[in-house]
Write a protein of this length. Structure first.
Length: 315
């Protein structure tokens, strides 16, 4: 009798357990086979105070965290991201590091010649590009430059834009691991305040570079590194207690993904394209982004609402 009374209850427990296992397996399969290749296109309008008419409509494409050589990073996804970026017809392309995995150059990382034929393409290095030794890093830099990519290491460039004398200033810092970043060196020679006719954009691999920026100095900061968490269990843009996988994987950041404003400096953290550590993505699909400059408001507070400066066209 005891076994008879327990029979339906036991079957219910087994059914529930089976359902949990099935859902778990489906989630794992999705995180491995689908989401790492579900390329997300993000387009933003960036409000820049006193932007001159010659620079209105300037488009900047941003790609990051390629991790060529890591299991789970597919060349087809990287190629598709490059094709999407090219289709936006940007006037500047920004690449913010981790071109290869664990510092080993792979011929498959020769992705960027098509972009460099379309627009000036600038790069900073990520932590994985420094994983081996200086000689290996130099090989990565040389291979990128052979494709026409201009690799900037703690320096800035004034980029002519359009036919009316417009200019955009790029300030680029090296990866911060082991103290390689030097924002002061990158800004050496620039005026203390942004010039009205030359909006300044900060490029870095890790988003924390924005913490070092002078208040209200940059029209936009572009970064990656976090992979948007890569494997996470929270749908929110801000960091939550459910970010343990990101923290354990060394991808922890107070700016894990999306748009922020820090000391009056707008920041957008791209979730990147490849994978690192484990060949999975969950609630953090790969991204390629485009930013269109337009005249907009000036930051009023040290930490302001990102929507005052950044409009996500695809949200």
């Amino acid at each position: 009798m005891r076994g008879g009374r327990g029979g339906p209850e036991r079957r219910s427990v087994l059914i529930a357990a089976g359902a949990v296992v099935a859902v778990g397996l489906a989630a794992v399969g999705y995180a491995y086979a689908i989401e790492p290749h579900r390329l997300q296109q993000r387009r933003y309008r960036v409000g820049v105070a006193e932007l001159p008419p010659a620079l209105s409509g300037v488009r900047i494409a941003h790609l990051t965290d390629f991790h060529v050589g890591m299991a789970g990073t597919r060349r087809s996804t990287l190629r598709r991201a490059v094709d999407v970026a090219a289709s936006w017809e940007p006037v500047i392309v920004a690449l913010t590091g981790d071109f290869v995995h664990e510092g080993r150059w792979e011929p498959e990382a020769e992705l960027f010649a098509g972009l460099t034929r379309i627009a000036p393409t600038f790069a900073v290095l990520g932590n994985h590009d420094h994983k081996q030794n200086p000689a290996a890093t130099d090989r990565i830099v040389s291979a990128l430059r052979n494709q026409g990519v201009m690799v900037l290491r703690n320096e800035h460039r004034v980029v002519p834009v359009g036919k009316e004398g417009g200019k955009v200033v790029l300030v680029a810092v090296d990866d911060p691991s082991q103290g390689r970043d030097d924002l002061a060196a990158a800004m050496a020679g620039l005026p203390a305040l942004p010039e009205r006719d030359r909006p300044t954009i900060l490029l870095g691999h890790a988003p924390e570079i924005v913490d070092q920026a002078p208040p209200h100095r940059f029209a936009l900061t572009l970064a990656g590194h976090t992979h948007g968490g890569q494997l996470r269990f929270s749908p929110f843009t801000f960091r939550t207690p459910l970010e343990l996988p990101m923290i354990a994987g060394g991808l922890d950041s107070p700016y894990p993904r999306g748009a922020h404003v820090v000391n009056g400096n707008p920041l957008v953290v791209n979730s990147g394209l490849g994978v690192s550590g484990i060949p999975f993505r969950f609630l953090a699909p790969p991204q390629v982004a485009c930013f269109t400059l337009e005249r907009g408001p000036k930051a009023a507070k040290p930490r302001d609402d990102p929507e005052r400066f950044l409009t996500d066209v695809d949200s």
